[in-house]
Design a protein around this ligand. Structure first.
Ligand code: 3HC
Length: 329
């Protein structure tokens, strides 16, 4: 993928002879598949892009809990409620692993959260859409977590050790998330016509925003080429998006649902699905903060952070007291 990106001359990639001897040695380790660890020398730009990506990934996990939390008290059965709670709890854990991985790069948790709350740092656009029915819990597990798995599995082999290792556990839990989502969709599609229509309505609303999760097109991506050279990104945005389409269309057909894309069709020649144009104006509008739920999501996160200040202070006071007692002993 890196060679193809460099070939097409995408932004920011420098050739080896433009690098310093240290950077060349670093790149050689990357090219040999060596995992970079926190104490290893790394270019500032490598550190910076990892802090950017890993922290935004962590923010996505934490903000991603909010759309689903809306349906915990409305789950149709106790079992569905328990499964949804377990999933939401997993997402909190994913956020913690990822914040911890980001902290190994020399940035504080408080700084990362301040960047989220100020709007300086992003989180995945997908979490700025409302969850209007129980079927959205199915569509989110099936499509959003399904997309996340496709994007995250390659990250288990990325060049930065703490990030790659965090991803191994995250991916194992994500597969449960996707399965429980598809199970909800199956139950609805086998139910009454109204329930099946609810599932179709959810697919109609979540299909395109899920494809946007993979980022802009390769030609428009500002970070892909450099991330590919540093083996942070092992496959391009478009390649992973295509995998999502190819994997999900047969699943929609099995449910008896229609993917909301009139241009979707199997391409015998490529052995992949051709699909319609993504509405990049919508994508950039959501990234600019104008999605249906952007304000609400950030307000909720800021309030949770403020409401939790007493608990963080108590933890720090307890730890300091313990430390003083140990020092005096
Ligand atoms: N939402 C918000 N911002 C997005 C985005 C999206 N769907 N797609 C791209 N962007 C942003 C990028 O962050 C970048 O902005 P920045 O430079 O200010 O950070 C800009 O758009 C250009 O995009 P690029 O493709 O050039 O940027 P990247 O190389 O970073 O690729 C990415 C974007 C594919 C999202 C990559 O960052 C990535 O793979 N991140 C790790 C996975 C991740 O964060 N997934 C989010 C969902 S997590 C999730 O779903 C949890 C699950 O449990 C449900």
């Amino acid at each position: 993928m890196y060679a193809q990106l460099v070939e097409t001359g995408l932004k920011n990639v420098r050739s080896l002879d433009e690098m310093s001897p240290e950077e060349r040695a670093f790149q050689a380790r990357i090219d040999d598949g060596v995992k970079i660890e926190p104490k290893d020398w790394m270019p500032d730009a490598y550190r910076k892009t990892l802090i950017r990506q890993v922290s935004q990934h962590a923010h996505s996990e934490i903000v991603g809990q909010l759309p689903e939390a809306n349906w915990v008290t409305r789950a149709p059965t106790l079992e569905r409620k328990a499964v949804l709670l377990a999933k939401i709890q997993d997402e909190a854990g994913h956020g913690l692993y990822l914040y911890s991985a980001a902290e190994t790069l020399g940035v504080s948790r408080d700084q990362l959260l301040a960047d989220l709350h100020s709007g300086k740092a992003k989180y995945s656009s997908i979490f700025n859409y409302p969850t209007l029915s129980w079927a959205d819990m199915g569509a989110i597990g099936w499509l959003v977590d399904g997309s996340a798995i496709i994007n995250q599995i390659p990250l288990c082999r990325c060049s930065y050790g703490p990030y790659a290792r965090a991803m191994v556990r995250v991916c194992k839990e994500e597969s449960f998330h996707a399965r429980q989502g598809y199970d909800i969709m199956m139950a609805l599609c086998k139910g009454t016509p109204e329930q099946k229509q609810m599932a179709q309505d959810a697919l109609n609303r979540w299909w395109w925003p899920s494809l946007m999760m993979f980022g802009p097109s390769d030609a428009a991506s500002v970070n892909s080429a450099q991330s590919a050279q540093w083996r942070i990104k092992l496959f391009s945005n478009d390649e992973l998006r295509q995998r999502m389409v190819d994997q999900t269309v047969p699943q929609a057909e099995y449910l008896g649902l229609t993917v909301p894309d009139p241009d979707l069709k199997w391409n015998e020649e490529t052995g992949r699905y051709d699909f319609g144009q993504i509405d990049w104006e919508e994508f950039h509008n959501v990234l600019r903060g104008n999605g249906p739920c952007n304000r609400e999501r950030l307000q909720t996160r800021k309030k949770a952070y403020d409401d939790g200040a007493w608990f963080r202070d108590a933890l720090v006071a307890h730890a300091e007291k313990k430390q003083t007692a140990q020092a005096a002993a």
